[in-house]
Design a protein around this ligand. Structure first.
Ligand code: ADP
Length: 311
């Protein structure tokens, strides 16, 4: 095999109560990537369409993740990458994670799959380190494994794939404003009152149980964030109203996607997810914030190989 084309999906990290540990993979929004073997050892990005991002290997998350893989592979091999960037960087739906995960899954395929999914997550995390300063896995894990994932530990890396009910559907509204990950981190408090911590880990446990039992009421009761959302909500225009409208329209829960500014809602079934989308759009139509909306089931596959279109 000399080349592969792939779809590298967007993802939602945190999912209300699961700050830095839970993530899920989206289905209809993602980057397209084309990887080719090259006679020249090393990794090069030859083209990025759709967005103004650096081609230099060491400045692009895809390049940094690929270098981590090549370092572990040890033999001299060469690859070229073209990216059609469809996820806006800094949108809070794992733009950097998609590039990092797509690059390492694609190279692994071309090498005959010498690395395990967990190793691929660890390489992709190096890309995340470039994007936000720390090597977190809550976006790259669902992009590589598909579905819902829980990062139990970073050192040693321990990632648990979770059951994802088939009917669960996501709505994501992306207000076209910038929230810097650094700012979103800066508003967080370093100390958490014990009472809130107890509620939070009770909700994480209950959410995981709700996913396995396909108990949508339990999922709904558990989609609560007492720690991060109250601090970050002010960074997102109309957040309280979005949540209010989504809930009124039947969403199981609604919260901040990653570090924002995107806001997600989960619903039972695509019909509800569409109603929720409409109710959220009304908020931004009214206050005049430009936005885009994604509505999709949870993607059980993660990165997917596709027929090459425009190499
Ligand atoms: P998101 O939350 O949408 O993933 P991040 O804040 O994680 O956004 O990542 C975006 C940052 O990563 C931006 O500063 C962007 O310039 C940088 N970056 C470098 N390479 C890429 C890439 N291939 N795709 C997306 N972002 C990249």
């Amino acid at each position: 095999m000399e080349s592969v084309s792939l779809f590298a999906p967007a993802s939602i990290a945190n999912i209300s109560c699961g700050f830095d540990v839970l993530g899920l993979c989206l289905d209809n929004v993602g980057d397209l990537m084309h990887l080719e073997k090259s006679n020249k050892p090393g990794f090069r990005i030859t083209e990025i369409k759709g967005q103004d991002l650096p081609l230099e290997t060491e400045k692009n998350v895809a390049g940094v993740a690929a270098q981590a893989l090549l370092k572990a592979y040890k033999e001299p091999v060469g690859f070229k990458l073209k990216i059609d960037k469809r996820i806006k960087a800094g949108s809070g739906i794992g733009s950097s994670a998609a590039s990092a995960a797509g690059a390492v899954v694609g190279i692994n395929k071309l090498l005959g799959e010498p690395f395990s999914p967990l190793e691929l997550i660890s390489f992709a995390m190096e890309g995340e380190r470039l994007a936000c300063g720390s090597a977190h896995a809550d976006n790259v894990a669902p992009v590589i494994l598909g579905g819902f994932t829980l990062v139990r530990s970073l050192e040693p890396l321990d990632v648990i794939p979770l059951h994802s009910p088939l009917e669960l559907a996501a709505t994501v509204i992306h207000p076209e404003i910038e929230v810097k990950t650094a700012d979103a981190r800066a508003v967080l408090h370093n100390k958490i009152p014990l009472k809130k911590a107890i509620n939070q880990w009770a909700n994480v446990g209950a959410l995981v149980s709700g996913l396995y039992q396909e108990d949508y009421d339990l999922i709904s009761r558990s989609l609560v964030d007492e720690i991060v959302e109250p601090a970050r909500a002010m960074l997102i225009p109309g957040f309280d109203q979005l949540k209010e409208n989504a809930t009124q329209a039947g969403a199981l829960g609604c919260g901040i996607s990653g570090s924002g500014p995107s806001v997600f809602a989960l619903s039972k079934g695509m019909t509800n997810a569409h109603l929720v989308a409409k109710s959220m759009a009304e908020v931004y139509d009214k206050i005049g914030v430009p936005y885009e909306i994604h509505i999709c089931p949870i993607n059980p596959n993660g990165v997917q190989f596709i027929e090459p279109k425009n190499k």
